[in-house]
Design a protein around this ligand. Structure first.
Ligand code: GLN
Length: 414
């Protein structure tokens, strides 16, 4: 089979060809072109904490500029292990920095190392849909196969409803077959902002134990939780799960340093062996001085995380209210950077049509969530807005959104 595209002349492997260009690259380029307020790609347009930036500069000055240890610089491995202990996640007091923790180039590489290092061709992995966009291409690179379980939309939408996306345990049970190797959980969840409850995680854990499955869990929004009663529970701490869970997280979201690409994996030495088998040949190690600074962030960063959560909660409430007044149906997220909303009231063809027009004509960029679905038609009425932006950007976006008016389904627009 030829992988050369006849019209553009590009060449892409058969495994990756179906995935095209990442929606984030595409929408951010469109936002830049039209000088739109970028509520599309989830990155802050403000800087991370001064003390962490200074720690990075100091690490460069102190000569920490050669390759780091493959598994991470000792100070960061220790800070990650310590943060697990301090938060009560190390229930048996076993997490040992050098044998359980692996530092990666962002959580995206943690995901890739986990899939490439622990799966064999033909293994099946269950994903909750909508799913973060890198999961399926990574599975394809590992020649593994996704099985999708739907996160169903809330029965009631709206600022007052506060209902989240949910899944049917029977559907999850039915998705498990003889080739299933793992369930991938993302909590708090991108793009819905759902925080999986302890009861939901216990039901997933029971299935993992019953069918001898691994759990891969992406917890990058673990600190960005806004509602009382929504508590982050790592599935690794539930009964029977510590031996079978690979927990992934990162510095970027908690400290507004997404460009540093510092992530990590926490898993038993048995599973860590698989993760490192891939990690050592993908990037070998993450940027050394940034790892030193990340250790400082994790050790002294509690106040800075609190301040970020307070800013983001304000943004969430502001944007959710504005969207609802404008005619969107909103699903108010308990956590994360994102609000999912229903744009049906405006009469567009689908989510891509809506997002492209919104960027070009209204000056606000957003993400078409069909990128997070196996069958994009399930998301044609949805839009994802990021609210991890400066108050000024949020205000500008909200002011521009007021220009949005309903359109006829066909005609009018050219
Ligand atoms: N996680 C970010 C988002 O969901 C994007 C990361 C990326 O651009 N790859 O918007």
């Amino acid at each position: 089979m030829s992988n050369t595209d006849g019209t553009s002349g590009t060449r892409v492997s058969g495994a990756l060809k179906p995935f095209g260009t990442s929606v984030f690259a595409e929408m951010t380029a469109l936002a830049t072109k039209h000088q739109a307020a970028n509520l599309a790609q989830g990155f802050p347009d403000f800087d991370g904490p001064e003390f962490v930036k200074q720690a990075a500069t100091a690490a460069i000055g102190a000569g920490h500029n050669q390759y780091a240890r493959m598994m991470g610089v000792p100070a960061l491995n220790e800070a990650i292990a310590r943060s697990w202990r301090e938060r009560g996640f190390d229930t048996l007091g076993e997490i040992e920095a050098d044998s359980w923790v692996t530092v990666t180039t962002g959580c995206t590489q943690a995901i890739a190392s986990t899939m490439l290092g622990l799966l064999d061709p033909g293994d099946e992995v269950i994903l909750f849909e909508p799913f973060y966009d890198s999961y399926r291409p990574c599975l394809a690179m590992a020649r593994a196969v996704p099985r999708v379980v739907n996160l169903r939309p809330p029965k009631a939408w709206g600022v007052g409803a506060r209902e989240g996306f949910w899944f049917d345990e029977d559907e999850l049970r039915r998705a498990i077959g003889p080739k299933t190797r793992a369930i991938l959980i993302n909590t708090p969840h991108n793009p819905t902002g759902k925080v999986f409850t302890q009861i939901e995680l216990e039901s997933i854990a029971r299935l993992c134990v019953e069918h001898d499955l691994l759990a891969f869990t992406d917890e990058v929004y673990e600190h960005l939780i806004y509602d009382e009663g929504a508590e982050h529970v790592p599935i690794a701490i539930l009964d029977g799960m510590r031996e079978r869970t690979v927990t992934m997280s990162s510095l970027g979201k908690s400290f507004s340093l997404t460009g540093w690409k510092i992530g990590w994996v926490v898993a038993t030495p048995r599973l860590t062996a698989g993760v490192r088998a891939a990690h050592q040949f993908l990037t070998y190690g993450a940027a050394t001085p940034l790892q030193y600074a990340a250790a400082v962030a994790l050790t002294n960063g509690k106040d800075s995380i609190r301040a970020l959560v307070s800013l983001l909660k304000g943004n969430r409430d502001l944007l959710a209210g504005a969207l609802e007044r404008q005619g969107f149906k909103v699903c108010v997220p308990a956590a994360s950077y994102f609000i999912m909303a229903d744009h049906s009231a405006f009469g567009f063809e689908d989510d891509w049509d809506f997002c492209r027009t919104l960027t070009r004509e209204v000056g606000v960029a957003a993400i078409p969530p069909s990128a997070f679905y196996q069958d994009g038609r399930d998301a044609r009425h949805l839009v994802r807005f990021a609210f991890c932006k400066k108050p000024k950007t949020m205000e500008a976006a909200i002011e521009r959104l007021a220009r949005l008016t309903p359109r006829a389904k066909s005609g009018a627009r050219t």
